[in-house]
Design a protein around this ligand. Structure first.
Ligand code: NAP
Length: 254
């Protein structure tokens, strides 16, 4: 008989960046359903996520931070650890995308995306790694990558660079920390219904061509990603290090 407690997050505190909406909100709700407490980090108010988690009877702490600055993000992490107690898991979900032809792509759009998606992601991992190693505690990190960690994409140069980097950093950290009780893994979402893909879904031609290529014949929803994150954050994934799980309706298998 399967021991379902292996998938429980009871007693665990997990920080989720970008928890106010989209995939981050879906991850926060799945963690709440699995019995965990969520520290939601973001620059917008988290009232909707707070209300949904309260309905589930789950613990929630909202923390305001602009993750465009990795220095501010590190200070935020340390303050959250000191104020709310040790953090067992970190889900680096916050991310942005900028679209322009490669020949038109601006340095500002390069830097903005790299700062949030890759630089802050790495330094938040470092913050958790430092605290967990110093306290001799295990920890879990889940970094949200993308189909564009595997594929080139089009008109999204900095996004493709950042998400390819997310997988590299996930593997690097797994190599450094696997023997020290810190599991670092990634989830690569396919095409999920969120603000991030609003422009694609609003374009009838792009939308139809994307949908036609997804074997599952539907866009993903945030809970599809949230439930996979619970697995990686739980004891059930004890021996997983440096892995990436595509949650993509079969997109990469095609
Ligand atoms: P979303 O609805 O646009 O959510 C992005 C989240 O990141 C929001 O909470 C946003 O906060 C937060 N964020 C962005 N910049 C921030 C900053 N400087 N400081 C603090 N928070 C910031 O998009 P999503 O689809 O849920 O995306 C979540 C993650 O999944 C991203 O890393 C994205 O690249 C990845 N992803 C999405 C898809 C997809 O199909 N949707 C596919 C593959 C990967 P605000 O609401 O305040 O802007």
């Amino acid at each position: 008989m399967i021991d379902l407690s292996a998938f429980s997050l009871a007693g665990k505190t997990v920080m989720v960046t970008g928890a106010n909406t989209g995939i981050g909100q879906g991850i926060a709700l799945s963690i709440g359903r699995a019995g965990g407490r969520v520290i939601g980090v973001g620059r917008s108010d988290m009232d909707e996520t707070a209300a949904l988690l309260a309905e589930l009877g789950a613990g929630f702490v909202p923390v305001k931070a602009d993750l465009g600055s990795s220095t501010d993000a590190q200070a935020m992490f340390d303050a959250a650890w000191d104020t709310h107690g040790p953090i067992d898991g970190l889900v680096n979900n916050a991310g942005i995308i900028k679209r322009a032809d490669a020949v038109e792509f601006t340095e500002a759009d390069w830097d903005a995306v790299m700062d949030v998606n890759l630089k802050t992601m790495f330094f938040l991992c470092q913050s958790l790694g430092r605290r967990a190693l110093a306290a001799d505690r295990g920890a879990r990190i889940v970094n949200i990558s993308s189909m564009l960690s595997f594929q080139g994409g089009i008109r999204v140069a900095s996004y493709t660079a950042s998400k390819s980097g997310v997988l590299g950093i996930t593997r690097l950290l797994a190599n450094e920390w696997a023997a020290k009780g810190i599991n670092v893994n990634s989830i690569a979402p396919g095409y999920i219904e969120t603000n991030n893909t609003e422009a694609l879904r609003a374009d009838p031609d792009r939308s139809a061509s994307i949908l036609g290529r997804i074997p599952a014949a539907r866009w993903g929803v945030p809970s599809d990603i949230g439930d996979a994150a619970v697995f990686l954050l739980s004891r059930a994934a004890n021996y997983m290090h440096g892995a990436v799980i595509p949650v993509d309706g079969g997109w990469l298998a095609r």
